[in-house]
Design a protein around this ligand. Structure first.
Ligand SMILES: Cc1cc2nc3c(=O)[nH]c(=O)nc-3n(C[C@H](O)[C@H](O)[C@H](O)COP(=O)(O)OP(=O)(O)OC[C@H]3O[C@@H](n4cnc5c(N)ncnc54)[C@H](O)[C@@H]3O)c2cc1C
Length: 332
């Protein structure tokens, strides 16, 4: 019998979270590898717009768990609804995007339904007749291969950037009724309000060119050369986490596992070592250029073009050369 694969999607105000699409791709690829049917599951209230977004995606169907108690996320009602659905339908695999929200409730959900939990997977393969998941451990320094033991539902979450939405298979997806009796969904917390942090957040995922700066810049006072390079290239500025933690740039510029995931046409990394938590947020970029004074920096392992040297010399020289090229182009 075909495996029953559920992908539980995250949405807000009817708009699917970017990582929901990555989770769908993971589900489709798992189904292709291991055999199975992928059904999307969405929780909330008034979910027609989310279902509409999925209409042309290759899915066996879309289950909407539509209830007023699920309008604003809180772990209690989400676990109550999903546990009832999982216990009634017994999916083989339940996939979540690894978001702040899923981190908040999925471990407790897995424990409630007695499912094995494999969080933050970056890939999988079939070995000896069963699925083996890959996930980073020790802050990304090692990769573990994990197989769920025993029978029953397996719950996984998918790391940001590990699956590309470009690989989404299109088709059709009809809304399928989910014949379960929802239990009383009582809130275990009172949500006093939801506020967007920083009204004018930059959405780096929309940029075609990202000039990303790392700790190698040495301080906020040196940021001018990066701004000039980004200006010459018509790109946005991104950063590694230490730059943000040091307060040299605002948080919405962070790229990586705990920041934004980007896949621009050009990604230029200046003074960034290339830690796995940074790479997961940018490795889908079409062309990667790295500037680093250390020739053995891991960033060079994924860069198509590498410049070994001091960024304080190279970045201004590069800006100058780009400006000249831009001027020549205009004159032609
Ligand atoms: C749970 C968790 C989540 C994380 N999330 C993220 C995340 O979302 N994004 C992220 O980026 N990191 C994240 N990190 C941190 C990550 O592990 C690394 O510490 C971080 O990416 C390193 O940033 P960096 O490359 O700027 O700094 P470093 O690793 O210190 O590298 C600085 C680089 O600059 C080079 N350099 C120094 N001076 C110069 C110069 N003058 N010219 C040229 N090169 C120079 C050095 O050779 C070095 O390679 C996370 C870590 C954890 C544990």
């Amino acid at each position: 019998m075909a495996k029953k694969i559920w992908v539980v999607l995250q949405q807000r105000d009817g708009k699917l979270h970017r990582m929901s699409w990555e989770a769908v791709v993971a589900g489709q690829q798992l189904a292709a590898l291991d055999g199975g049917e992928v059904t999307a599951v969405i929780l909330g209230s008034g979910l027609e717009a989310s279902a509409e977004e999925l209409a042309s995606t290759a899915l066996a169907g879309v289950h909407l768990v539509d209830n007023e108690a699920l309008a604003t996320y809180a772990p209690g009602p989400f676990i109550g609804a999903l546990a009832a659905a999982i216990e009634a339908e017994k999916p083989d695999l339940v996939i979540f995007p690894h978001t702040y929200q899923s981190v908040d409730f999925v471990p407790r959900l897995a424990q409630t339904v007695g499912a094995a939990l494999v969080p933050e997977i970056t890939g999988f393969e079939s070995a000896d007749g069963s699925l083996v998941f890959r996930r980073p451990i020790m802050a990304g320094k090692l990769e573990a291969q994990v197989r769920a033991k025993g029978e029953g539902t397996v719950v996984i979450s998918v790391q940001s950037g590990a699956f590309s939405p470009d690989e989404l298979q299109s088709g059709s997806a009809a809304v399928l009724p989910l014949a379960i009796d929802l239990p009383e969904l009582s809130a275990d917390r009172e949500i006093l309000g939801v506020e967007e942090v920083g009204g004018e957040q930059v959405d780096l995922s929309q940029s075609e060119v990202v000039v990303a700066v790392g700790r190698g810049i040495g301080g906020a006072d040196n940021m001018g050369i990066i701004e000039e390079l980004a200006g010459a290239l018509g790109g946005e500025i991104g950063a590694s986490r230490p730059v943000i933690d040091s307060g040299w740039l605002p948080r919405d510029r962070q790229i990586g596992s705990s920041g934004q995931t980007v896949a621009p046409k050009l990604y230029l990394a200046a003074g960034i070592s290339g830690a796995i938590q940074h790479l997961v947020g940018m490795k889908g970029s079409k062309v990667i250029v790295a500037i680093n004074k250390d020739a053995s920096a891991p960033i060079f392992g994924i860069a198509q073009y590498g410049i070994v040297g001091d960024l304080h010399e190279i970045v201004p020289a590069l800006t100058e050369a780009i400006r000249e090229a831009n001027t020549e182009e205009k004159e032609d």
